[in-house]
Write a protein that binds this ligand. Sequence first.
Ligand code: HEM
Length: 260
Amino acid sequence: MNKAFSNLTNFFQHVIDEQLQIGQLHDESNLVSTMLDMINKPTKLSSFKITSDHLIPMMSDVVLAGVNAGTVTMIWIMIELTRHPKVMKKLQEEIRTTLGSNKERITEEDVQKVEYLNLVIKETFRLHPPSPLLLSRETMSDIEIQGYHIPKNTHIKINTYTIGRDPKCWTNPDEFNPERFSNTSINYKGQHYELLPFGAGRRSCPGMNLGITILELGLLNILYFFDWSLPNGMNIEDIDMEEDEDSNVTKTLELVPTLL
Ligand code: HEM
């Protein structure tokens, strides 16, 4: 682990050095450039000041906390779409109709235009939250929950995986059915405790908006330009639906793209 972190730190330092060499500050589309720019800007005494010590930890947050959860969610979405061809067809038709034909590139402006994609994302988060136990919490005082006494300083895990499949919260909870979200205001922003893929409260995910944008942009691209099928000889029943044993669940899936 030390070796892996040391390699990662060297890599981040290399990216920073490269950016410093290019010397093009004020580029808002580039995170490293933006942070370097903030280091040089004067700040009010009372506000948070970014220094060069913050750079590598912040880059590592973005890569470690940000890349895996989005990647795993995208893989689970593709798995569920492959297992449910009618949903895949409906989604691709809606994407292609909404965005129009002959598009050369999907851009951020296209994100959030496709309502059904949002339902598919919510339904996948419900069944496959990428951080099923969230971050641990610790009780600050003795509390009583449903007759159970929980002492001060107890570590608590919130099991969003089980909540997402709880029949008290969801009708036919094991069924993948994005339409269940069509007439409800339930979203993943931390106010609805039955769906908490980004957690809730002060320690909820600060990268939610970026995570959702990356997810939508990636999915729009792969679903607009390509049709997807399982490799020859593989059937829907052969898809492994087990989560890997990991608190930050990982997953793989092999699919064959066909360019439209
Ligand atoms: C689909 C994408 C993502 C999902 C599902 C996700 C999910 C989560 C969850 C469940 C937590 C724990 C929240 C809690 O315990 O209440 C968390 C924390 C965190 N996430 Fe994300 N995340 C995503 C993307 C990102 C991105 C893109 C970034 C950064 C660019 C990011 C940065 C972080 C950080 C720094 C924390 C720790 C916050 C703290 O300790 O206070 N995440 N995320």
